[in-house]
Design a protein around this ligand. Structure first.
Ligand SMILES: O=P(O)(O)OC[C@H]1O[C@H](O[C@H]2O[C@H](CO)[C@@H](O)[C@H](O)[C@H]2O)[C@H](O)[C@@H](O)[C@@H]1O
Length: 577
């Protein structure tokens, strides 16, 4: 299960599908695994993850939600799981059996001989047949016990009913397999001894769904089966046979492969969003060369340029999503300060957060620019005034949104509403992950239906549903900052932009447009970088938040190295003091 991590790291564009041919445990059990998150994250490197049943898939989705805070949704009949901006598809399909193999065995002379022998042996008796692997999961000994219970409850059946169990040899020879074999044989012997019962082997009921742990219920089901009319037995058998023969292992393989192709195609299209649509070669390269951003690569460009624009998302980029205290560490402040001190740099935090927390957190950085609420507010330095987005701001829509969000807050324990100046945000991070995610989907639909004629958009984010004015986006921030720098005669020759979520994709999209526009001055060095390995409009990625900080630290060191005025360590010490 950890292989996908290694494969994805080594071969970025490989098509990865994973099918789990055994149950996925419920979250309560899975939770006890020390490396539970690593395994989940590894699987999420796949394009398609398959399970035998909805229950196993549900367990997996619930683990992702509870342990990684990752949402899932149902779209166009498919279950998708949002991970780092990419939708991982979940497939539910039984693997099926090999029909050709079954038929060839059925047609063998030996089979006919055995069938004849069994018929003769159990002449005049009701025969129940089960076929199982002799392993821990099949619960054969429980079925034996149920047979015992049936004979106890219905003594008139003793000698009239036979249970024939075909037990495929265990595929492993481990302690588990040997124990199951021992236990099964023991139970069978006990029951056979008690009823001097002939030739009975372990069995499986099949047509009836019963709790295998409820021996009495299994015994009842056996009785119903025994009483059943032949016509009904045939109908049930036909139904099953039709399903089994049409959903055999070949069908499973074809279907899984088709879905894997579809999932990869979607991921491919998302990653290569702009390729071939009239944009120039540089943009096309965004898709074809998606690679990890190293400090060596970016520092070389950094050192050779004179007017740099550095755009940094906050949550999930500079600050881990999982952090409780969102205040930036002194090390981060020190790095930012150092970057801002370089006269060749214009550095901006571009965040969905409100201007108050951002200005408070970054108050030590005098020269840092802040773009808050996805660009609704922008200020170039600590002492410059806030500029407000020119988008028409009629806040009457809040009167519609507030009561709807109130309703969901009331019914969703742990959720709350964040009131930003330009937006209203419903948070469900602290609610039950499954219920919260389900409510978020409902809320999104609900809001979209009541806001159809309002100048706002409803967006899903990391465990949030946000309503904000139409036209406000981080993409617009990029366009405005670049055009302001150009109008000031400081046309950027280096553009570094890093972010992790869907709102940051708007920045990458704008950058692709800027780079592809032959009518505007070219930007020599462009680094659009996402956090995490996923389909994106960015050309580069880094793995996680610590890697982002390391990268910025490298750039800050390059600035320090070029002017030799002070070291990062000095800065750090001063800030800590
Ligand atoms: O643009 P970003 O810097 O990535 O900010 C996006 C959102 O950040 C905040 O929400 C996030 O943090 C919350 C508190 O820890 C958490 O509850 C939520 O799940 C995260 O998405 C902020 O509250 C939002 O307004 C921003 O849009």
């Amino acid at each position: 299960m950890v292989l996908p991590s290694f494969l994805r790291k080594r071969f970025n564009r490989v098509k990865l599908g994973f099918f789990l041919h055994s149950p996925f445990p419920s979250s309560e059990i899975y939770m006890t695994i020390p490396v539970r998150e690593e395994i989940l994250r590894s699987l999420l490197n796949c394009d398609l993850i398959g399970f035998h049943t909805f229950d196993y898939a549900r367990h997996f989705l619930s683990c992702c939600s509870k342990m990684l805070g990752i949402d899932y949704q149902c779209q166009r009949g498919y279950i998708g799981l949002d991970y780092c901006g990419k939708t991982i598809n979940i497939k539910i399909l039984h693997m099926g059996i090999h029909m050709g193999q079954l038929e060839s065995v059925l047609n063998m002379e030996q089979t006919a001989t055995l069938a004849k022998q069994l018929k003769e042996k159990f002449e005049g008796k009701i025969v129940m047949v089960g076929v199982d692997d002799l392993d821990l999961l099949k619960g054969i000994s429980l079925k034996f016990s149920a047979m015992g219970r049936l004979l106890e409850m219905r003594p008139e059946l003793i000698g009239k009913v036979v249970l024939v169990q075909i037990a495929n040899p265990a595929r492993s020879q481990g302690k588990d397999a040997l124990e199951v074999e021992k236990e099964t044989t023991l139970v069978a012997q006990q029951i056979n001894r008690k009823y001097e019962f002939i030739g009975c082997s372990p069995s499986l009921s099949g047509a009836y769904r019963v709790n295998p742990w409820d021996v009495g219920a299994v015994a009842d089901a056996m009785y119903v089966g025994i009483q059943m009319k032949d016509e009904e037995k045939h109908l049930r058998h036909e139904k099953h046979y039709k399903y089994i023969s049409s959903h055999d292992v070949a069908f499973w393989a074809r279907s899984f492969d088709l879905d894997l192709e579809r999932a990869c195609k979607e991921h491919h299209l998302k990653r290569y969003y702009n390729v071939g649509f009239g944009l120039n070669f540089r943009v096309a390269a965004v898709g074809t060369n998606f690679r990890m951003l190293t400090i060596e690569r970016v520092a070389a460009a950094y050192n050779n340029t004179n007017s740099r624009l550095i755009l940094l998302d906050y949550d999930g980029t500079m600050m881990p999503q999982s952090a409780v205290d969102k205040t930036p560490r002194s090390e981060v402040i020190s790095i930012l300060d150092c970057l801002c001190s370089d006269p060749k740099n214009v550095v901006f935090i571009v965040s969905g957060r409100g201007r108050d927390p951002l200005s408070k957190w970054f108050s030590p950085c005098e020269k840092l620019g802040i773009s808050a609420e996805h660009g609704y507010f922008t200020r170039w330095t600590k002492n410059s005034p806030w500029e407000t987005c020119s988008v028409a701001m009629d806040s009457d829509w809040k009167k519609i949104v507030q009561p709807v969000m109130d309703l969901y807050t009331e019914t969703t324990d742990g959720s709350f509403i964040e009131k930003k100046e330009s937006a209203l945000v419903w948070h469900h991070q602290d609610a039950d992950p499954d219920f919260g995610s389900c409510q978020a989907k409902e809320l999104l639909d609900h809001l979209e239906s009541v806001l159809a004629n309002e100048p706002v958009v409803v967006k899903r984010g990391q465990q949030i549903v946000e309503v904000k004015p139409q036209g406000v986006s981080k993409g617009l921030v990029v366009e405005n900052l670049v055009s302001t720098m150009r109008s000031q005669g400081k046309s950027p020759d280096f553009l570094f932009c890093i972010g992790d979520d869907r709102s940051d994709e708007d920045m990458f999209e704008s950058i692709a447009r800027l780079v592809g526009n032959p009518l505007t001055p070219p930007i020599a060095e462009v680094f659009a970088c996402t956090v995490g390995h996923k389909p994106t409009k960015a050309k580069y990625y880094v793995d996680d938040t610590p890697e982002v900080i390391k990268l910025l630290q490298g750039l800050a060191a390059a600035s320090v190295g070029s002017n030799h005025t002070h070291t990062l360590e000095d800065d750090h010490r001063e800030t800590d003091d």
